[in-house]
Design a protein around this ligand. Structure first.
Ligand code: GTP
Ligand code: SPV
Ligand code: MN
Length: 596
């Protein structure tokens, strides 16, 4: 009996089945019944903990293996046919060789396990922007997370059966079970056997050895960014690591903002921000990924291809991000947090001490808060449906998307980078985005290593980064005067004694308001060598506890430091070779001469 009505899909499933040799194959339907059944099985096997129904209804906690806690960039590969197509920011292996290596790892890797076939859509089902895909995985944890993060359903399977078109995504945790062998809580393969591989010419994803986040939920970074960015370049659209939000003025005017910050640099927080500027409000459209296409009117329209949030838990509190907390009140999955004695979850900087003083930590050991050890892993995460967010925008699933007015770039910089500056033109904005930088460790005040992270996409560009920057310039040309206005922000400046110079979070709405006023043309700006900055009298300070000195520091242009930044940017961009767009060099030279 054939598995589905798509020959192409059946052939692919049978090929994987023969290679991976699972005990059985299950075609997933995305139903609540399926979700509940898998959760029951995982609770029974000890992989999941059901949280206290009164505190956290229908929610579960998982602990990963301590070696499998985040994306593994040095085990992530763009296996294009030609090495130069992967470019200097990606790891490359010849696709034939990589398939050979991975096939031998995949050989028999699902023994003792069930192989799940997950039909899913990134983007609203059936929308012209959406992509249909199928993830095959031996991890039930992946299935339940995909239920939340992507649109998993038989409706998608029917679309695939009708069109015979889908993006194939193969995943295995890489831990076959011998006859009678007891499974571990979180099976995975050792680091050197992990491969997160992309074959851009075939739109194919092969992931092996990790069960965590972007390594395993293949719709997210692998498909919606690495594979999609490559398709987008060829087809004239954009796939970006950006949140999308709607900011509405007291008069009811809507502005749509897309912001690119590197991982753990504040996208989820900004996307759900509670405005402190009276009358202005934020509504969430997406918190991690934006797919954007020029519309018939020549403007750039964005959709969120995901349907859930896979958010950083530590630091999420009623103070910092109440809307995220509200989104995870129920029906949520938690990974690598503390499970308290009364069966709820806790993490560092949740806004209150751990109830009962301790619980079970992310390593699955008894833990006390006063031990001084962290209870939750710094990259611990929650998975929640976007529809549960109280400030989700009514247009978040609109297949047309929303017209973007403003692009925001940024990163974590404890020094140098001012609170906000605006690009003088779209091309200047591309320079800003392409030379965005972030500190690896936010807490470190001493000589923190600076990483250039163009458009927060370094780990996610599915092709040559030089071609990627050129694509940004090309999109700017296509959009012309309808291109979004570009700004650069930094919420993370610190004082010499290590305190935040800017309160951040909800107060960031003041910066967003200034941006909207700029778009409206209702305020001027101070021209500086690096770009346009707010005049003090135009910035909304009401109710903000910020000293005169702090404002001065936040808006200072340290010419010497910027000159040094230009030189390190030049050095960084040199590795793009002849693929470095000449417009980048023009912008760099112009900036250098403005700095004097
Ligand atoms: P990924 O999901 O990894 O892509 O991360 P993200 O960009 O969505 O980052 P997120 O919003 O989860 O924030 C990461 C960390 O930065 C959390 O610990 C936040 O509390 C902290 N953070 C976010 N916004 C601000 C801010 O405005 N100021 C300060 N000081 N910290 C912030
Ligand atoms: C990121 O690292 O940017 C994330 C988390 O959003 S993951 O899905 O694991 O990539
Ligand atoms: Mn992210």
């Amino acid at each position: 009996m054939s598995l589905t009505k798509s020959k192409k899909l059946n052939d692919w499933i049978e090929e994987i089945q023969a290679m991976c040799q699972p005990d059985k194959v299950v075609i997933c339907d995305g139903s609540t019944e399926e979700y509940d059944r898998l959760m029951r099985e995982m609770v029974a096997s000890g992989m999941a903990v059901k949280l206290n129904e009164e505190n956290r209804p229908n929610s579960y906690a998982f602990n990963s293996d301590p070696s499998d806690v985040a994306r593994v960039e040095n085990r992530t590969f763009i296996a294009s046919v030609k090495e130069e197509d992967a470019g200097p920011t990606n790891n490359w292996i010849d696709p034939v060789e990589l398939k050979k290596t991975m096939s031998s790892l995949y050989n028999g890797c699902m023994k003792g396990r069930t192989m799940y076939v997950i039909p899913f859509s990134m983007g609203p089902i059936g929308s012209p922007i959406a992509k249909n895909a199928v993830e095959v995985t031996d991890s039930p944890y992946v299935v339940v997370n995909m239920h939340i993060m992507a649109r998993v359903s038989t409706e998608v399977l029917h679309l695939i059966e009708t069109s015979d078109e889908f993006i194939p995504c193969l995943h295995s945790v890489g831990k076959p079970l011998a006859e009678g062998e007891k499974d571990s809580r979180w099976p995975c393969a050792p680091l050197e056997d992990k491969y997160i591989a992309h074959f851009p010419e075939e739109n194919l994803i092969w992931s092996y050895g990790s069960g965590y986040g972007g390594n395993a939920l293949l719709g997210k970074k692998c498909l919606a960014l690495r594979i999609a960015s490559n398709m987008a370049r060829k087809e004239g659209w954009m796939a970006e690591h950006m949140l999308i939000l709607r900011f509405t003025s007291p008069e009811g005017k809507q502005y749509h903002i897309a912001a690119a910050f590197p991982s753990a640099c504040g996208k989820t927080n900004l996307a759900m921000l509670q405005s402190t500027v009276p009358g202005w409000k934020v509504e969430t459209i997406g918190d991690d990924i934006a797919w954007m296409k020029p519309g018939k009117d020549g403007r750039l329209y964005a959709i969120n291809p995901e349907s859930g949030f896979f958010g950083v838990a530590p630091g999420t509190s009623d103070n910092s991000n109440p809307m995220a907390l509200a989104s995870i009140k129920e029906n949520a999955i938690f990974t690598n947090v503390v499970v308290t004695e009364d069966g709820d979850v806790w993490w560092e900087d949740m806004g209150y001490d751990c109830p009962g003083g301790g619980g079970t930590d992310w390593k699955n050991n008894p833990w006390r808060q006063d031990s001084g050890e962290k209870g939750a892993h710094p990259n611990s995460r929650f998975t929640a449906r976007a529809s549960q967010c109280p400030v989700i925008c009514e247009d978040w699933e609109n297949p047309t998307g929303v017209a973007i007015d403003i692009f925001v770039f940024g990163g974590k910089r404890t020094t140098t980078m001012p609170l906000v500056h605006e690009a003088a033109s779209f091309e200047h904005g591309v320079y800003m985005g392409a030379t965005a930088s972030s500190e690896a460790t936010a807490a470190s005040l001493d000589q923190a290593a600076l990483r250039f992270d163009p458009f927060a996409m370094t780990p996610f560009i599915g092709y040559h980064a030089g071609d990627y920057i050129q694509h940004w310039f090309d999109m700017g040309e296509k959009l012309g005067d309808k291109a979004p206005r570009c700004f650069y922000v930094n919420w993370f400046r610190k004082t010499d004694d290590g305190k935040w110079l800017w309160p951040g979070f909800g107060e960031n709405s003041r910066v967003l308001k200034w941006m909207c006023d700029r778009v409206e043309g209702s305020v001027g700006a101070i021209e500086t060598p690096i770009g346009l900055m707010p005049k003090k009298e135009d910035f909304y300070f009401e109710g903000l506890d910020l000293s005169e000195d702090a404002w001065k520091e936040l808006t200072k242009v340290d010419t010497e430091a910027f000159k040094a930044t230009v030189e390190s940017a030049r050095e960084y961009l040199a590795k793009f070779g002849n693929k470095l767009p000449s417009k980048m060099t023009d912008q760099l030279e112009a900036l250098k001469s403005r700095l004097g």
